[in-house]
Design a protein around this ligand. Sequence first.
Ligand code: CP
Length: 304
Amino acid sequence: MLNPDRSFISLKNLSVNTLNSFFDTVKSLKLKNFRSERKGSVALMFFESSTRTRLSFELATQRTGMQALLFDGGPKTSLEKGETVEDSILNAAAMCPQAMVIRCSDQMDLAKISKQVFEVFQVPVLNAGWGRQGHPTQALLDYFTLLESFGSLRGLKLLIVGDAKHSRVIASHLEVAEVLGVQLGYCGPEVFAPVGFTGPRFLDLPSAIAWADSVYTLRFQFERHDGGLNFSEADYISKFQVNERVLTEYSSHKNVKLLHPGPINQGLEIEAGLSLSSWSLVFKQVQNGVLVRQALLTMCQEAR
Ligand code: CP
């Protein structure tokens, strides 16, 4: 099969016996290894940018003893040749990884493709951030972090400050907060208010901070502000930026905590450097993100 120098460049001059013997080798690999290989890998498919989610899923994959198959949908993939994202996913699923972790835009129907992938290949799909629809592992790691910090979530008042309307993270919080007994409040400009939100809304940050046990600050989702905003960043900073002064002056909770899902626009939605302060749980969120994703991957392994 291989050339005398062990290279493999073309199929010229191969005998039928050589070819059949090679096919037998492939067949024996299929019988021997395919099933154990199915337990061995996780496809990480990121069609939108990510730092925390991608790295933490990669680390979680390693910790569960599996190998990460990385696909970032960038240049040099067949997306460049016109293959659809859905076809890329189905082709990766055909290699039967233990699970597929997918981040994608609103343009893709992640629920639909997940159903297809499971029906055809019995591979579970984990949502790693889907457009504005949701980011369930982020919400889980947020609530786990709050649970660790406060000991209980029931009755906790969590104030959301900033661009909730364009946030997939808040879409997932809204799915689970009530079940956990967490009361959500919102403070920020009207154009950033979460759609369909019925909880307490605050127009000024001091009274909102006075209400809250914890403050969840959100990134300006610039990439989703079609047509721009009707206020300036300076306006926003003066009214809604979470900073040391407002936390010190207005918090009535001696143990108030600050969270942010990242990435942070330092100096815009929160004061630069506040993520390193004693109020901050930001890096605990990141650490817990690895554990939450590891737990999910372990569940996928055990379900096989
Ligand atoms: N919080 C979050 O999803 O961050 P990344 O976009 O960097 O993954």
